[in-house]
Every structure is written in C-alpha cells, then in structure tokens.
Ligand binder design. Structure first.
Ligand SMILES: [Zn+2]
Length: 129
C-alpha cells in the first residue's frame, strides 16, 4: 500500500503522513495516550510489528506478535469511546476496533492502559470487554 496519499487508517479523516505517519515513520512521540492508541491501531493495519513492540511497555511486551502469520486480520475501522487521564503519567483508552479474520467479522472492545515515561507514552495492557 502506498501510505503517502491514503487517508489515515485510524479514521481521523487526515492524510496518513499528517496523522499516524508522524509517529510510525517520522519517529515523533505521540503526545497523548489516545493518539498513541490510534497510531498503534494504524500499525496493526499496516503490519508494523516494529512500531507495536517499540510502543509496548517493557514489563508487558511480548517477544513478537507474528502479525505476518496466517490468517491475517483485515482491519475495518476504529472508534475511540473514551480517553481518561488518571493522575500523572497514566491513562486509559476505551475503543472498539472492527476486523475480519478469514471472512468472519469480529469486534474488539477493549479498555487499554497506558503509561507515560520520559515524555513518551507506552501501551501496558488491556481488558477485553
Ligand atoms: Zn491516524
């Protein structure tokens, strides 16, 4: 996929390079947990395992995600329901992501936890509802 001119997969209605591309390709730090969450969703749609691991907090980070293994998920859309700052350096984001795996539609409803260390947000873990 040519990511230069596409609308950002996170659903922001902006071009990828002006949205999540700033974090995935230009190495900028996402300023809020919600923006990090959106950029991680975009990383899933693009198969960017490197970015997903780099933004995963070290204490809960898996060794690999095996995104390339079959069957691949086709991500269809993201809806952020809630973004809540919890004290300094912690936040939760509730979202619904829709995807298709092997022709079947799935809906992932998750509350994710994030921490901010040295002005950089990281994904910690989440509860699937
Ligand atoms: Zn985006």
């Amino acid at each position: 996929m040519d990511t230069k001119t596409i609308h950002c997969p996170c659903g922001s209605n902006k071009q990828y390079i002006e949205c999540c591309g700033r974090y995935l390709d230009k190495g900028e730090s996402a300023p809020t947990a919600e923006i990090l969450m959106r950029s991680r969703y975009t990383a899933y749609t693009l198969g960017r395992e490197d970015y997903l691991l780099a933004t995963w907090y070290h204490s809960t980070r898996p060794i690999s995600l095996e995104l390339a293994s079959e069957p691949r998920s086709k991500w269809l859309g993201l809806e952020v329901k809630r973004h809540e700052q919890q004290g300094s350096g912690q936040a939760v984001v509730e979202f619904i992501a829709r995807c298709k795996v092997g022709g079947r539609a799935h809906r992932l409803h998750e509350i994710s936890r994030f921490v901010c260390k040295a002005e950089q947000w990281f994904y910690v873990d989440g509860d699937i509802l």
